[in-house]
Design a protein around this ligand. Structure first.
Ligand SMILES: Nc1nc2c(ncn2[C@@H]2O[C@H](COP(=O)(O)OP(=O)(O)OP(=O)(O)O)[C@@H](O)[C@H]2O)c(=O)[nH]1
Ligand SMILES: [Zn+2]
Length: 212
């Protein structure tokens, strides 16, 4: 129901400035949170909780800001540096919310690509911003990984792309199966990086010297 999505908040709907919060329905979230507090046996009117429903609404506007951001809004900058080999930004800290329990999963993303034949590259920080665009949504790790790879492929026109995410899911750590420390690793490769030799080289860069 993309048509029912709130506007992206910048009023023009183009690839201009990126909204940092989603225009969520604050009153509705606050009312729902108040109901949850009552349902778990809390007193939503006690001192410490009185402002919590409104705080959660503001927090969700930020945590779900990716719902109103588009990858082309971050992949705007490109430089002609004539580099047509692998570029990898490793250990990009990332936080997301699992769509099953709405609790965090967090870890690192490694994002790499081989520029197109024209040798144009994007700014390094844009790869970290791209991770946030898709992480700040209700997510599963597999979709997050492939959406980042697809966006690089679509908007940078590279010869290849590789995304690896390593994350701990708090829904597996603090509840449910209760296995703190278990890490889930997902990868997505596109273009030339599907080639086993190129992929192996990229993965060796991702895994190199992990003790640091
Ligand atoms: N594949 C995948 N599964 C996820 C992700 N995040 C959470 N899950 C899993 O989603 C599943 C939901 O399972 P359900 O049986 O519907 O829910 P549940 O009863 O709360 O499951 P438990 O977590 O096992 O207590 C769990 O196995 C979670 O570990 C993710 O990013 N990818
Ligand atoms: Zn979960």
């Amino acid at each position: 129901m993309a048509g029912d999505r709130p506007d992206n908040g910048n009023g023009n709907g183009d690839a201009g400035e990126m909204p940092t919060v989603a225009p969520v329905d604050h009153a509705r979230i606050a009312a729902a949170v108040r109901e949850i507090l009552i349902a778990v046996g809390e007193d939503p009117d006690r001192d410490g909780l009185r402002d919590t429903p409104a705080r959660v609404a503001r927090s969700y506007a930020e945590l779900f800001s990716g719902l109103v951001q588009r990858p082309e809004q971050v992949l705007t900058t490109s430089f002609d540096v004539g580099h047509s080999e692998m570029i990898l930004v490793r250990d990009i800290e990332m936080f997301s919310l699992c769509e099953h329990h709405l609790v965090p999963f967090h870890g690192v993303a490694h994002v790499g690509y081989i520029p197109g034949a024209d040798g144009r590259v994007t700014g390094l920080s844009k790869l970290a911003r791209l991770v946030d665009v898709f992480a700040r949504r209700p997510q599963v790790q597999e979709r997050l990984t492939s959406q980042i790879a697809d966006a690089i492929e679509e908007h940078l026109g590279p010869q290849g792309a590789l995304v690896v995410i390593e994350a701990e899911h708090l829904c597996m750590s603090m509840r449910g199966v209760r296995r703190p420390g278990a890490r889930t690793i997902t990868s997505a490769v596109r273009g030339q990086l599907r080639n086993p030799a190129t992929r192996a080289e990229a993965m060796s860069l991702v895994m190199a010297d992990r003790s640091r």
